[in-house]
Design a protein around this ligand. Sequence first.
Ligand code: ZN
Length: 156
Amino acid sequence: MSQRVLFFHYVLTNSGGETIDSSRDGDPMGVLEGAHQIIPGLETTLFQMKAGEKKIVHVPAAQAYGPVNERLKIKVNRAKLPEGELAIGTQFSGGPEAHAPVFVVFKIEGDEVSLDGNHPLAGQDLTFDVEVTLIRAATPEELEHGHGHGPEGHGH
Ligand code: ZN
């Protein structure tokens, strides 16, 4: 079976019912089947749906961004951090690679700064209110790139 590209709108809420993200203000999101562009718990469900179908999808933390990893909460001396303004919520890249975890300041006590490298949605059960808008066969270009392009298959 050839791989498909699926387009969908979503409204993402956390376990507290707070809206975290939504595609409704813009274009639907496109994903290439099997390319793991989105969390596995959502990908599996979406590719079992049909165009035009709507669904509420609950994804437990374990199938979303995983549990909170306490080892990614670290304390460092202020002197070891890049110079500049430091406040709760200030972000630092954990390394030079594009996918290096982002560390966020969550506590400052004197010279001691507490950083959290967990994904902001780690440990959270998520709910996606989704609507599949289009499903079509992947183009050779998309297969080569490993991701979906626009609804008509144009490049970027
Ligand atoms: Zn591409």
